[in-house]
Design a binder for this molecule. Structure first.
Ligand SMILES: Cc1cc2nc3c(=O)[nH]c(=O)nc-3n(C[C@H](O)[C@H](O)[C@H](O)COP(=O)(O)OP(=O)(O)OC[C@H]3O[C@@H](n4cnc5c(N)ncnc54)[C@H](O)[C@@H]3O)c2cc1C
Length: 413
């Protein structure tokens, strides 16, 4: 026998759960909603963790999804510092770290992702950081105060954003990455090269085509990063941005089906293999009607929209999730990028605008069809990219996309 029953149990204290809770109420759900999260804070936005909050430009409360009083006003019960330890998908009962047993009618699993930890000699030394939560940003800021050289490991979002943020705080930053240029895997060498030049123009040293060998220290604290090729990079502190791993611990133990991309396998309606139990956000690997197969992405916008979509389906909407994933990133106030897609592979890139003019879009085509688009200062192009990704229209050699004289609205119609 459970200690109590709730209509909607939302597992995970991040954006996807928060968005789900809000939509449930907005759409008129009158039943009880319990949101359980293990972090000390109420749900908050993570993007500032590597940007405004890390720079000290944004206050903690500004990152919160909603002010503290909002949860009670909406009659949403919010339990922080609490984990769901066990989920019985058949009996529909969850066991919380408070020992309470809660039965539920519908549930959302939005347990997010955890940082990918690097194994290397010296990895236990002080001064080596990972970044996921507000508390990690506090630790980095406190640790770099009064110190000078920071090495960032990873040349994608976290590595580049943190390098930019810490440079604005007066630190000397070096990025070490396996790729030849920053963002190469996501955006290719041309756009990645442009973004790398932006970083270098602001004094950041970028070392590509190499990898972490080991950390060196004085017995307690890190003093250098030694690369695989033997380069020694002096470091007063290190921040690792080596990707994230979906947190499927609870789902696996509950015997929910997992997908090949490491997430919880979901239908196009974001329902897991257990009926009435949905997933959303970083942990959700859904059958994308836009992409024609399973997809899992770690984007703010996707967590927000999937939380919403899952709520609507909990209330019986029975709708496929068909939003084209959107991602944004800021390198301090030096460059902002936006992206729709995603493309894991492409055979052609078309640039609209001039790469070094700082206002361009890059179109990623696969067999004459738009798979993704990156914009730096050309946000309006993304609307056309979304349309072309969804329609899958054959646009031939893509020359029209690169011709500023061609109205994008006329392409692929
Ligand atoms: C530093 C950083 C910067 C980012 N910047 C950008 C950006 O600029 N643009 C962009 O598009 N995206 C960005 N992202 C990605 C984006 O923030 C994530 O995709 C989004 O936060 C995912 O939300 P989520 O709710 O799925 O998961 P999470 O935010 O990870 O939330 C899941 C929560 O559930 C908790 N939890 C896990 N298991 C349990 C359990 N069993 N019981 C209770 N609680 C549990 C976790 O502790 C966590 O608090 C960034 C991410 C990070 C880390």
């Amino acid at each position: 026998m459970a200690d109590r029953h709730v209509d909607h149990l939302l597992v995970g204290g991040g954006l996807a759960s928060a968005s789900c809770a809000r939509t449930l109420r907005e759409e008129g759900a009158v039943g009880s909603i319990l949101l359980v999260g293990r972090e000390p804070e109420p749900p908050y936005n993570r993007p500032p963790v590597s940007k405004g909050y890390l720079q000290g430009a944004e206050a903690r409360a500004e990152t919160y999804f909603r002010p503290d009083e909002w949860w009670a006003e909406q009659s949403i019960e919010l339990l922080t510092r609490t984990s769901v330890l066990k989920l019985d998908a058949e009996e529909r009962v969850a066991v919380l770290s408070t020992q309470e047993q809660v039965s539920f009618t519908t549930a959302l699993i939005a347990t997010g992702a955890n940082v990918r930890l690097l194994r290397a000699e010296g990895a236990q030394l002080d001064g080596i950081h990972y970044l996921r939560a507000l508390g990690n940003a506090d630790a980095v800021r406190a640790d770099v105060a009064g110190r000078e050289r920071v090495v960032l490991i990873g040349g994608s979002y976290i590595g580049t954003e943190v390098a930019a943020s810490l440079t604005t705080l007066g630190k000397r930053c070096t990025i070490l990455m396996q790729e030849d240029v920053t963002f190469e895997r996501s955006f290719g060498a041309a756009a990645g090269g442009y973004l790398q030049r932006v970083l270098e123009d602001h004094g950041i040293e970028v070392i590509g085509g190499d990898a972490l060998g080991r950390f060196e220290g004085d017995g307690e604290r890190v003093t250098a990063v030694v690369t695989e090729s033997g380069r020694e990079l002096p470091a007063d502190a290190v921040v690792v941005g080596a990707g994230a791993v979906p947190d499927v611990m609870l789902a696996r133990a509950a015997k929910l089906e997992l997908g090949a991309r490491g997430g919880i396998a979901c239908s196009s309606r974001l329902e897991t293999s257990a009926s009435g139990i949905y997933a959303a956000g970083d942990v959700c690997e859904y059958d994308s009607v836009v992409h024609g197969g399973p997809l899992r992405v770690e984007h703010w916008d996707v967590a927000f929209n999937q939380g919403r979509a899952a709520a609507l389906n909990m209330l019986g909407a029975d709708r496929a999730y068909d939003v084209v994933p959107y991602f944004f990133s800021d390198l301090a106030d030096w460059a902002s990028l936006e992206y729709v897609g995603p493309a894991s592979d492409w055979d052609q890139e078309v640039v609209r605008g001039t790469l070094d003019g700082g206002e361009f879009s890059v179109w990623y085509l696969q067999e004459g069809r738009v798979a993704a688009c990156l914009s730096v200062g050309r946000s309006d192009d993304l609307e056309h990219a979304r349309r072309l990704i969804v329609s899958g229209a054959d646009i031939g050699d893509g020359a029209a996309l690169g011709d500023l004289g061609t109205d994008l609205a006329s392409v692929g119609v």
